[in-house]
Design a protein around this ligand. Sequence first.
Ligand SMILES: O=C(O)C1=C[C@@H](OP(=O)(O)O)[C@@H](O)[C@H](O)C1
Ligand SMILES: C=C(OP(=O)(O)O)C(=O)O
Length: 409
Amino acid sequence: MDILLNVLEEKKIDQKITISGSKSESNRLLILQNLFPELSIENLSDSDDSVHMQHALSTDDELVNIGHAGTAMRFLTSYFSVAKGRETVLTGSDRMQNRPIEILVNALRDLGANISYEAKEGYPPIRIKGTEITTDKVQINGNVSSQYISSLLLIACKLENGLEIELTGKITSIPYIKMTLSLLSQIGIESNFEGNIIKVYPKKSIEKQTIVVESDWSSASYFYSIVALAEIGSEIQLSAYKKESLQGDSCLAEIYKHFGVTTTFGDNFITLKKETETQKEALVINLKNAPDIAQTIVVTCFAESISCSLSGLHTLKIKETDRLVALHDELSKLGANIAVTNETLELDITSRIHKNIAIKTYNDHRMAMAFAPLALRVPIQINNAEVVTKSYQKFWEDMQQLGIKIDEL
Ligand SMILES: O=C(O)C1=C[C@@H](OP(=O)(O)O)[C@@H](O)[C@H](O)C1
Ligand SMILES: C=C(OP(=O)(O)O)C(=O)O
């Protein structure tokens, strides 16, 4: 479905939006709930990725297809490796079959797992014969995806002797590793992370308990962008959020000060307010700890006519699409002066945004959502707009609530 977002005429916004639970927290907790049925979860994400995870954990079929869900692919690789007696072929979308998994597979094989490739070496689909793992030490490169490490951490306490992981290389997306460890700690599993060594201690059962998932901060990023582009005095209240977040993307509150957006923490909600004009200096920032908000930030800078210099973006090349190339190609069509390398992005000040450009989304939810705030400046077309459901089911409804008129093409 291709859609046209008409330009938003009323730029003074005052709205309240409720966003569903974090997909990262949810997909970790779903694995943990399967290992520990004593665990209940509230405010679970309604994202496609969490639906895929739930389905994968409830089926007995040999073939399990997790679509585009990176967390499901990576977390389930370890989970099925220790599902004794079960044989599973884990696969995903065409793109997933080109997102690397070798580093995780090699670590699991070193631990004694039985995993083979069904097609291309190093990529899904993979065949996993569940077995008992007793080895308790492993080395893994931390520079490509933190999801490989979270995957090992999620099953670690169920191994007879727990697990000690030695991380090599520069560690990327660290807040996601810390999120995994925090959730383990919340349910009573002990671990420690010192230098480049993470230890998880064995645990057979936990206390009966309920965890309430905080809403998704990556989804909140699109509202930060909208408020940044709105008239001074505009406000959006988002729930359910808290100050002590497990999600690294909560750094948005700090980053968007550059755009004159303040964040006030209330009782289970945040209020974003456009207090002042955007600072005209370039935004210079390393996003290795928060890769999922890169697209949102670049589009905000473009719309606000400021330059930016982003680094720490090497993981963007292996996400739902090559996000560096996608940003380059789509922003160029809108008139941007943008240059990318394999890990950086430079955007120059643009004076004019081209109207009625059709943005390709490349099966990437964040391409569709990051470009939507441009409707505060120009009419813009978003192709295959349904991609948003990977992480945010009612994204377009929420855009309409803000007053953006949408025509199906
Ligand atoms: O663990 C997680 O929930 C995630 C980790 C990050 O991936 P990488 O560690 O591959 O950068 C992030 O981009 C992804 O959306 C979710
Ligand atoms: C990269 C993402 O997800 P995943 O890697 O889990 O597919 C994302 O949601 O931006």
